[in-house]
Structures are given as structure tokens and as C-alpha cells.
Ligand binder design. Structure first.
Ligand SMILES: Cc1cc2nc3c(=O)[nH]c(=O)nc-3n(C[C@H](O)[C@H](O)[C@H](O)COP(=O)(O)O)c2cc1C
Length: 192
């Protein structure tokens, strides 16, 4: 019987929260367009449970277009201080509107306004144009709550593979691969 990779992930993340000087939840998110051309960028993991790993972004960003065309992704955590990495692969689904609303409500007001002001991944004529847009949304929502922008929300990567890589002496690193099988997981080792 395989261990539960979600529980193992949580225990590694708890150690990373203690060891990493900043952003222990930062992960590389790789997507590919309809031609299979890959792209990768960092995002922050904002939720994790048996269903998967959640991040938030602008649905009209470059990653948004790629996920719409090809709804699969790969994630990578690299905890340098612990010399560990976790690789995750699987299909991507949007989180519910209610889940996105409740996360958006926890963000600072500045971040909420930033989500309205930024046409993420679109060409920006000048920094001052962005600042002017920020000022415009700031005064638009003055005195009230900032609602979630309609094209801003979350995605959940539902893992089919999760690999835990642990540094070992003499480059004899340990790789434990969990592969989804039915409702459970099968586990094996890989050569480093
Ligand atoms: C540590 C770190 C965390 C980031 N977290 C997020 C995030 O949670 N959501 C997001 O949209 N962009 C985040 N970004 C910015 C992205 O890396 C990227 O610049 C942006 O999402 C646009 O990517 P795209 O053009 O491929 O869509 C983060 C960047 C760094 C360096």
C-alpha cells in the first residue's frame, strides 16, 4: 500500500515553511500552447488538498490562453534550503466562483486593486499608463469593497503524478514517484 502523497507533500511544505527565507509556496507552473510549445513562470500555491493544487491569476493572461487551449499543467516546487523538489502533473480546472471570491476577499486592498488595473501579459505602453489605471480603479472603488474582477480567478491542478526528489550523498538522490491509480496511488522509485 502506497503512502499518501498529499500527506507527504504537506509534511515537506511544513518543513519548507520553516527553512525557506521567503515564498515557500512558490512553484513553477509549466503550460503549453495548442502547438505543444511550452512556457513556464512562477506562481504562488494558495490551496492544497486531495483535489489538487490551486493558484490564482488573470484568466486572460498568457498562461490563461494556454490552459484554455490545452488544459494540462506541470508544477515544480524547489526548496533550495532543503535540497528538495516536488514535481506534479495533471489536468487543470477552474476553481468555483465562490472559492475564487472567498480567496479574493482575503487579499490586501492594494492587491485587489492591482488585479483590476493589470491587463496581465498584454503589452504595456509605459509604467505611468499602469499607474494611471491603478489610480482610476482606486477612485472607482473608493469607500466600498473591491469585487473580484470577472476574468480573475483560480485554477486547480489535479495531480496524476507526484514525484518527491530528495538530495542524498554522492548524488545517490532519492526519487519517489506516486502515480494515480483509480481512487488511490501506486508508488515506485526512479533512478536519479
Ligand atoms: C515568486 C513569484 C510568485 C508569483 N506568483 C504569481 C501568482 O500567484 N499569480 C500570478 O498570476 N502571477 C504570479 N507571479 C508572476 C508570474 O510569474 C508571471 O509573471 C505572470 O503571472 C504572467 O505570466 P504569463 O504571461 O505566462 O501568464 C509570480 C512571480 C514570482 C516571481
Amino acid at each position: 500500500m502506497a503512502d499518501d502523497p498529499h500527506a507527504l507533500f504537506e509534511s515537506w511544505l511544513a518543513e519548507a515553511r520553516l527553512a525557506e527565507p521567503n515564498d515557500p509556496t512558490a512553484m513553477a507552473l509549466a503550460t503549453a500552447d495548442s502547438q505543444g510549445c511550452p512556457s513556464v513562470r512562477m506562481v504562488l500555491m494558495k490551496g492544497h488538498d486531495e483535489r489538487g493544487f490551486v493558484f490564482y491569476t488573470n484568466y486572460d493572461s498568457r498562461k490563461g490562453g494556454e490552459i484554455a487551449a490545452n488544459p494540462r499543467a506541470a508544477l515544480l516546487f524547489h526548496w533550495k534550503s532543503l535540497r528538495r523538489q516536488v514535481r506534479i502533473e495533471g489536468p487543470v480546472e477552474p476553481v468555483s466562483e465562490a472559492e475564487a471570491d472567498s480567496y479574493f476577499a482575503t487579499r490586501s486592498r492594494d492587491s485587489q486593486l492591482g488585479a483590476w488595473a493589470s491587463d496581465q501579459s498584454r503589452p504595456l505602453e509605459s509604467r505611468s499608463a499602469f499607474e494611471a489605471r491603478y489610480e482610476e480603479v482606486r477612485s472607482r472603488f473608493e469607500g466600498g469593497e473591491v469585487p473580484r474582477p470577472p476574468r480573475w480567478g483560480g485554477w486547480r491542478v489535479g495531480p496524476e503524478r507526484i514525484e518527491f526528489w530528495n538530495d542524498r550523498a554522492h548524488r545517490l538522490h532519492e526519487r519517489r514517484l506516486f502515480t494515480r491509480s483509480g481512487q488511490g496511488w501506486s508508488e515506485g522509485l526512479l533512478y536519479p
